[in-house]
Write a protein of this length. Structure first.
Ligand code: ZN
Ligand code: ZN
Length: 587
């Protein structure tokens, strides 16, 4: 009897407490419901004003329209964004849930970044590669959810905007950089194929009437000539830039703009200067570790030969180890075989759980996606296509000459290939994606933080080795450090080139002598450093943030710290800036 009574009291207490806490949430976060509605309006407004971006994100509602990049368009958008920002500021961010307060800050960052790009960065003046209609048409053509005839009708509508688009583009350009002008010519030429071949082929195989076919072909001819005129315009500009240095500007952003761009893009816990200093220190630490492992391995590979002084010994060791690699024919099969092994290791060590109802599919990179230089990448479904498969694209080596294949396979030797799989698949990008997709929040999936995503993959590499993956062998650690050095040097390179006038010669020296990179890799990296700004930092920045957060949690939680719990909690917030995850985890 007493037991039953107690039971009743307990039930009453429990439901009373639940009722109270529900009410308390409602009371504490009383603007939350209204904020949820605002988020929907916000996203709708973003798509309406950025039809091209919507298309890239898999929202096909505005496919008929091509955004004209005119000054009027920028002013109109600034107006819309101003009113969005006013509405956002009307909310008391303490009266919405902590998850939504993260969204509020992500949304505000986006609006402020746009404002800054219009008034200060102004890349629409100096980066002619911003103008290219190819991708949009390609994406519409590839949208197999819609009949081919419907797609072609949409393309017909969209083609009407192309002549005006390129007229406005030419008017926008003022003192471009030589590097971005060259890129614009190259990429627009590449896009011509879509208009000259892919679309005509589709028209021919479609069931459109001959009147419709004539109409779209007429539009197509006009669009192609607009594109050609743009390419011609840029080519003439290149000539005048060679004759007159005042016709172009440097690709180097300079510290003031760089610092702000870093702030908007990384949304980092750290300042640019802090990250640069950390990268410098890290480079020194890595070199010391590499020397250690080289000395440990020396007699195994070089017998009694004397160890040369400094980093030359490390380079010799790396070159020797790199000869151990799979054969070209088995490249994809080797990757396929490693995925379940990584999964088993994660399980055995209880590092995190991956309950994937959509397992990762390893496949040959589709033809239309090749040529970007990346040998392996994760192809993840967008926020409007969450149920699509996740692919691990691996480019087969059949197109390579034997020398090229050998050089590629040495780069992705027995050890580095495993680290690549950790990065791309498990516990890297693929595993993170499974968690990120569970967060049902459009703001978080549209405005993903790249530094968090790349940082997680880079963190995963180190964490796996720390947990004993690769049996703690010196070979594995040495190769890991070679790989890890790349993201560290990316940061040093980017900052030094953009803000400190580092010359090409200095850059190549840094990458080859201190990063053990081949001449070809270093050349490619230099090229990338002239075309992008701050992106090269996202790997090291994110890694540093996540590693620091983990060490901070270890210190705070002491014996209660569990790696598994840390990973699962960390990933549960979605692909948001690490500083917000830090804030949530510190609560
Ligand atoms: Zn070989
Ligand atoms: Zn990555």
């Amino acid at each position: 009897m007493r037991r039953i009574l107690q039971f009743f009291i307990l039930v009453v207490c429990l439901s009373g407490w639940l009722f109270f806490s529900c009410n308390q949430t409602k009371y504490l976060y009383k603007q939350n419901e209204s904020f949820e509605n605002f988020k929907k309006l916000f996203i709708e407004s973003i798509w309406k004003n950025n039809p091209d971006w919507a298309l890239v994100m898999g929202n096909h509602e505005y496919d008929e329209r091509l955004e004209i990049p005119s000054k009027e368009n920028r002013i109109r958008k600034l107006d819309v964004y101003k009113s969005l920002s006013d509405s956002l500021n009307k909310y008391d961010w303490k009266k919405i849930t902590p998850e939504n307060s993260i969204d509020a800050r992500i949304m505000m960052n986006f609006l402020e970044a746009y404002n800054w790009s219009c008034y200060e960065l102004k890349s629409f003046e100096w980066n002619p590669a911003e103008y290219n209609v190819g991708e949009g048409f390609d994406l519409i053509l590839g949208n197999s959810k819609v009949s081919l005839e419907k797609r072609l009708k949409i393309i017909n509508e969209r083609l009407r905007y192309v002549p005006e688009y390129y007229i406005v583009a030419k008017a926008n350009i003022h003192k471009p950089t030589k590097e971005h002008t060259e890129l614009a010519i190259l990429q627009n030429k590449g896009s011509l194929e879509i208009l000259q071949k892919n679309i005509p082929d589709s028209i021919n195989s479609s069931k459109l009437s001959s009147v419709e076919k004539t109409e779209i072909n007429k539009q197509l001819t006009q669009a192609i000539s607009s594109m050609n005129e743009y390419i011609q315009y840029l080519t003439e500009m290149q000539t005048s830039m060679m004759l007159d240095s005042s016709a172009s500007r440097s690709f180097r952003l300079g510290k003031v703009l760089y610092e702000k761009k870093f702030r908007f893009e990384m949304q980092s816990c750290f300042s640019v200067d802090e990250i640069f200093q950390k990268a410098q220190d890290h480079k020194t630490e890595i070199h010391a570790e590499m020397l250690n492992y080289t000395k440990k391995l020396w007699s195994k590979y070089f017998g009694s030969a004397p160890v040369p002084n400094g980093l030359i010994a490390v380079k010799m060791m790396i070159d020797t180890l790199s000869r151990q690699h799979c054969v070209a024919d088995s490249f994809i099969a080797t990757i396929k075989k490693q995925i379940p092994e990584l999964e088993a290791f994660i399980k055995q060590k209880n590092l995190l759980s991956i309950d994937a109802n959509k397992p990762l599919q390893v496949r040959k990179t589709p033809m239309y996606m090749r040529g970007g230089g990346a040998g392996a990448s994760i192809n993840s479904p967008g926020p409007y296509d969450k149920n699509a498969n996740t692919y691990y694209n691996v480019t087969p080596l059949d197109g390579y000459t034997p020398d090229e294949a050998e050089s590629y396979l040495r780069e992705y030797n027995n050890w580095i290939l495993q680290i690549l799989n950790i990065h791309e698949a498990i516990p890297g990008h693929y595993a993170q994606l499974v968690y990120s997709n569970k967060v049902n929040d459009l703001i978080k999936s549209v405005f993903q933080n790249n530094s968090m995503i790349e940082g997680w993959a880079v963190y995963g590499e180190r964490m796996m080795l720390e947990e004993g993956y690769g049996n703690n062998s010196s070979e594995m650690w040495l190769m890991y450090y070679k790989w890890h050095l790349r993201s560290t040097l990316n940061t040093i390179l980017d900052y030094s080139v953009q803000c400190k006038n580092m010359s090409k010669e200095e850059a190549i020296k840094l990458l080859t002598e201190e990063g053990f990179q081949t001449a070809a890799e270093a050349e490619g990296k230099w090229h990338r450093a002239t075309l992008t700004q701050t992106q090269l930092c996202c790997y090291f920045n994110g890694y540093t943030e996540i590693y620091s957060l983990r060490e901070d949690q270890k210190k705070k939680l002491g014996n209660d710290f569990s790696l598994n719990k840390f990973h699962e909690q960390f990933l549960s917030y979605g692909s948001v800036p690490v500083k917000y995850i830090w804030e949530m985890m510190s609560k």
